[in-house]
Write a protein that binds this ligand. Sequence first.
Ligand SMILES: NC(=O)c1ccc[n+]([C@@H]2O[C@H](COP(=O)([O-])OP(=O)(O)OC[C@H]3O[C@@H](n4cnc5c(N)ncnc54)[C@H](O)[C@@H]3O)[C@@H](O)[C@H]2O)c1
Length: 365
Amino acid sequence: MSRTHTIDVIAGDGIGRAVMPAALRCVDALADRFGFAVTWREHDWGSDRYRSTGAMMPVNGLEQLADGDAILLGAIGSPDVPDDVTLWGLLIPIRRAFQQYVNLRPVRSLTGVPGPLSDTGGIDLAIVRENVEGEYSEIGGRLYRGLPDEAAVQETVFTRRGVSRVARYAAQLSAERRGDLTSATKSNGIIHTMPFWDEVVAEIVEEVNAADPRTTVHLRKVLVDALAADLVLRPRNYDVLVASNLLGDILSDLASAVVGGIGLAPSANLNPEREYPSMFEPVHGSAPDIAGHGVANPTGQIWAASMMLDHLGEEPASATLLSALEDAIASGTRTRDLRAQASADDFTAAVLERLDVSMQEVSNA
Ligand SMILES: NC(=O)c1ccc[n+]([C@@H]2O[C@H](COP(=O)([O-])OP(=O)(O)OC[C@H]3O[C@@H](n4cnc5c(N)ncnc54)[C@H](O)[C@@H]3O)[C@@H](O)[C@H]2O)c1
């Protein structure tokens, strides 16, 4: 076995624990046939750990992850633990320590998926969300707690370095696709940080165009309120979208809903320079309302694993997994969120069956 990948697995909370085994089984099924091996390092980090020790992950948690090749995350969050504890105790420290400044969220229509726009087909978006600064900052505070004059202040931080690097990634991705880049803004209302975002994004697109005469990336900046409406009405007018941390978070959930639901959506937290491990996870959260019922859709998690394989250089295995996933959905084996009756296990079995068939075809070729 020539290539071994060491992957840190954090299934987390709620449906994270149900969808993670599906993704691991798929990757294990691919490994032998495509000539690589995976060492899974599983971590029981999350809300249970917080309840028993007071911390979502060990003090040296980041050190434990640092020498791995990638991180596969399920979801975190529990109704009895404040969301800022779960998020800031695990997810955000990983994204920041490992400079995973690009959150890439592909959104595609899948054959057979019912949804508001399922009959129009052909939606294929890449949402590039800034992932380590912007509106998600810990700068701020509360004054006069519990008093009539109580107030809260929260600062947004955009740095030239931070905006430039995510804009460069998005412009380069756009150049590899159809050269049509949309930047989400709100510079009419947010009058300091958003005009700065707009200026830096425009400068970087110019720089990317100037660097290679064969590259023409057309940049449009669109106010996020209008963009949200237009993504529902005319999603195919968009190709690559770049957005700040908060705006990208909202737009990507909205875009996933347009193609059938949040259970389908994957995301990659990328450190494009590969100095640190990148992290792959579904867009959805821990869904406490359905956790333990066996009905969670594992698509987002399996698709995230496919993105991880692609990042690790296992492109054929990644493509095989994605097409097995699409084929299983198209066959009608769909979970409850997609208006059908399959359980998470039924759906995973359908994906594994298709993987088996396509790998036999690879061997016989
Ligand atoms: N990256 C993360 O770990 C992450 C992301 C978002 C939310 N959260 C956390 O998750 C918890 C719940 O948040 P929420 O309810 O706002 O969002 P959620 O994504 O967990 O759920 C929203 C709705 O979508 C449904 N849903 C989500 N994923 C599904 C799937 N795979 N299959 C079928 N249905 C699915 C849920 O049942 C729910 O009705 C909160 O604690 C929140 O902070 C974590």
